[in-house]
Write a protein that binds this ligand. Structure first.
Ligand code: ATP
Ligand code: MG
Length: 194
């Protein structure tokens, strides 16, 4: 079985994440995509809303897709979420699953700085998708990474969680930037003040 891991802070999850996962699923015939909110991402500040809330939004986002699921692994583990630790544990738990890790172009370019990336690159392949603001040029990566980063095409989506948080804080609409059930959750819970 082939499973793509879609990792992120998901503060909140938005249509860029959904399309990235769908593009990767289709291009590489993934049986499932597991959306995994991080607890504390290594490369940025702690998310503003709790892991349980980000998990709840993620569950809302994936519920209509038969191949999309949530994974509470990093939120439950707590601490800083290093992908190397997660992938090591997941491979032990599921020795017969072939995992890939789905990332946007900004993260593709950042890959050389990931914690213990040389080891991680020996453990699984990455699927990179394009994203406005970052060139998706795998040839700029060190050779050991070029060998493990595959590309899936997706329509450019100029949306980020930061933009959505900023819009919500300014009282601007975020409708359709997030899946409808996520929008409903955000309004119901009041977590972004709308
Ligand atoms: P923030 O603005 O808080 O950094 P974000 O929108 O970048 O949020 P993350 O949770 O940081 O979302 O990203 C999770 C993963 O999804 C990363 O690999 C990122 O590159 C990818 N991603 C996020 N938004 C898009 C997008 N619009 N198009 C393609 N990939 C995206
Ligand atoms: Mg980001």
């Amino acid at each position: 079985m082939k499973v793509g891991i879609m990792g992120g802070t998901f503060d909140p999850i938005h249509i860029g994440h959904m399309l990235a996962a769908e593009a990767a699923r289709e291009a590489y015939h993934l049986d499932e995509v597991w959306f995994m909110p991080s607890h504390i991402p290594p490369h940025k500040q702690k998310a503003g809303v709790t892991g349980q809330m980000r998990l709840a939004m993620t569950a809302e986002a994936v519920k209509s897709h038969p191949s999309f699921h949530t994974l509470d692994f990093e939120v439950e583990r707590g601490g800083v979420s290093y992908t190397i630790d997660t992938v090591t544990a997941l491979k032990k738990l599921h020795p017969h699953i072939e995992f890939t890790f789905i990332i946007g172009a900004d993260m593709v370019n950042y890959l050389p700085k990931w914690h213990r990336i040389d080891e991680l690159a020996g453990m699984l392949d990455f699927i990179g998708v394009n994203r406005p603001g970052s060139d998706l040029d795998v040839s700029q990566l060190p050779e050991y990474l070029q060998a493990v980063v595959k590309i899936a095409d997706m329509p450019l989506i100029d949306i980020s969680s930061s933009l959505i948080r900023k819009r919500a804080a300014a009282g601007q609409s975020i409708r359709y930037m997030v899946p409808d059930p996520v929008y409903d959750y955000i309004v119901r819970s009041g977590i972004y003040g709308i």
